[in-house]
Ligand binder design. Structure first.
Ligand SMILES: Nc1ncnc2c1ncn2[C@@H]1O[C@H](COP(=O)(O)OP(=O)(O)OP(=O)(O)O)[C@@H](O)[C@H]1O
Ligand SMILES: [Mg+2]
Length: 169
């Protein structure tokens, strides 16, 4: 459901560890609820780093590589299923129909979608989106929510980061 209470959050991520920390906090909040997360950002901006941190926080211990050629990787985890998409090589959004994408989206699962603009019109709407861009030697991150569920996630996320930074300072 679309609402007009968009939550927003932004932060500077000074290195890879900061990207992983952000993903771990979000993973802890989303852990057992069906959630669609769009991951935007140019090549090498950290989308897979985010996905890796997210999956590791949910207990996956193996190697997480970008499913550039397979388009999607499925992780069956103790708490929930996670589908990690990389749509960079998709030539037409319609191709998603051929890989049976509807079946993936019917599941009660978390969807992490790199290059969602490549699949426009054939993807479920996001609960939240993460936008990564290059800034100095790090990355600038912006998170936006689009649904009531996404708004709840982002409110919890803001609370968690406030506590985190309060503890650190
Ligand atoms: N906050 C950060 N500051 C600096 N470097 C970072 C940060 N986050 C991730 N990186 C580094 O960016 C590099 C590229 O990351 P990654 O592969 O996750 O990008 P990507 O967005 O998935 O790229 P692609 O579009 O090719 O899939 C990695 O070497 C990673 O260590
Ligand atoms: Mg990637």
């Amino acid at each position: 459901m679309i609402n007009n209470h968009h939550e927003k959050y932004s932060a500077f991520l000074q290195n890879e560890t900061a990207t992983i920390e952000l993903s771990a906090i979000l993973a802890t909040i989303c852990c057992n609820s069906a959630t669609v997360i769009y991951l935007y950002g140019s090549l090498g901006s950290g989308k897979t780093t985010f996905s890796r941190g997210f999956l590791h926080k949910l207990g996956y211990q193996g190697n997480v590589k970008s499913p550039t050629y397979t388009l999607v990787e499925h992780y069956e985890l103790a708490l929930i299923n996670v589908y990690h998409f990389d749509l960079y090589r998709l030539s037409h959004p319609e191709e998603l129909e051929f890989i049976g994408v509807r079946d993936y989206f019917d599941h009660n699962a978390i969807h992490l979608i790199e290059w969602p603009q490549q699949g426009e019109g054939f993807l479920p709407q996001p609960d939240i989106s993460l936008h990564l861009s290059y800034k100095n030697k790090g990355r600038y991150a912006k998170i936006i929510s689009y649904t009531i569920h996404g708004g709840c996630i982002l409110k919890k996320f803001k609370g968690a980061t406030r506590l985190l930074y309060a503890c650190l300072s």
